[in-house]
Design a protein around this ligand. Structure first.
Ligand SMILES: Nc1ncnc2c1ncn2[C@@H]1O[C@H](COP(=O)(O)OP(=O)(O)O)[C@@H](O)[C@H]1O
Ligand SMILES: [Mg+2]
Length: 236
């Protein structure tokens, strides 16, 4: 990890465009060379960041995702600026847009959402527990493959993730109204139906997941769709 003085860091991002502003200063920059500079500013000293900085976790996760043959931001370098109390990672811009940002191209957006259940199955099956997953943290590339960004809090397990973690994963997406709307547009029952079909979970596990999801949400359409899936599974 390279050390930067404040002047050196400011020089590094001088001509960059701010993609995500933040209260303590920009969080994500895009440089004229199409590199992303993602900045981590720990709020308090006594967070887990103190032991393993988020920038380092981001880099490690990035390498492990590549070994799983999952497209993701690939860290080229990382640095720290003690004066500004920040760490940062630098990685190339991934071509395409996040599923959320595809609202400018509804056809592409619904194609991406339709492909999502199969992809999420793959993540879960490969043991990727992406805690902060939402539709702004996944890029739909022009080659019709997904790529992951913003994964510093992701846990990678040796085996497929548990039903409990799968429920937490979906709970996180469903708490964003804009993401829920996209899933609703694509058909909630077909979305979860396709997920379950490719999930390799036993029927009892599928039912347990549906029960957990239905219990944590009050959206009436979601409950109806999950109940309907449950009933179909039970009557098989
Ligand atoms: N490698 C990348 N390729 C394309 N867009 C990116 C890339 N990295 C970040 N972005 C854009 O920047 C936004 C914010 O980046 P992200 O890492 O998700 O930071 P934040 O912590 O602010 O959510 C993303 O939603 C995406 O639009
Ligand atoms: Mg993000």
């Amino acid at each position: 990890m390279d050390n930067f003085t404040q002047t050196e860091f400011e020089q590094e991002v001088k001509d960059a465009k701010v993609l995500e502003p933040g209260r303590q200063g920009p969080r994500v920059y895009l440089t004229p060379e199409n590199k992303i500079v993602k900045v981590f500013r720990p709020k308090r000293r006594l967070t887990s960041n103190f032991l393993v900085p988020y920038a380092l976790r981001f880099q490690r996760t990035s390498e492990r995702l590549a070994r799983l043959d999952l497209d993701a931001a690939t860290v080229e370098s990382l640095g720290r600026c003690r004066e500004m109390k920040l760490h940062f990672v630098v990685y190339p811009l991934i071509p395409g847009s996040s599923i959320r940002a595809l609202d400018t191209d509804p056809e592409k957006q619904s194609e991406a959402v339709a492909r999502l259940p199969g992809y999420i199955c793959r993540l879960h099956h490969q043991g990727v527990f992406f805690k902060g997953f939402h539709l702004g943290n996944i890029i739909w590339q022009p080659n019709s493959r997904f790529a992951l960004i913003d994964f510093q809090s992701t846990k990678l397990r040796k085996k497929a993730i548990s039903v409990e973690d799968r429920e937490k994963f979906f709970r996180n997406i469903l708490r964003y109204p804009q993401d829920y709307q996209l899933i609703k547009q694509s058909g909630i029952e077909s979305f979860f139906g396709r997920y379950l079909q490719s999930s390799q979970l036993k029927t009892v596990q599928q039912l347990a997941l549906l029960d957990r999801l239905a219990a944590s949400y009050s959206y009436p359409e979601l409950k109806t769709a999950l109940d309907s899936l449950s009933n179909k599974l039970k009557s098989r």
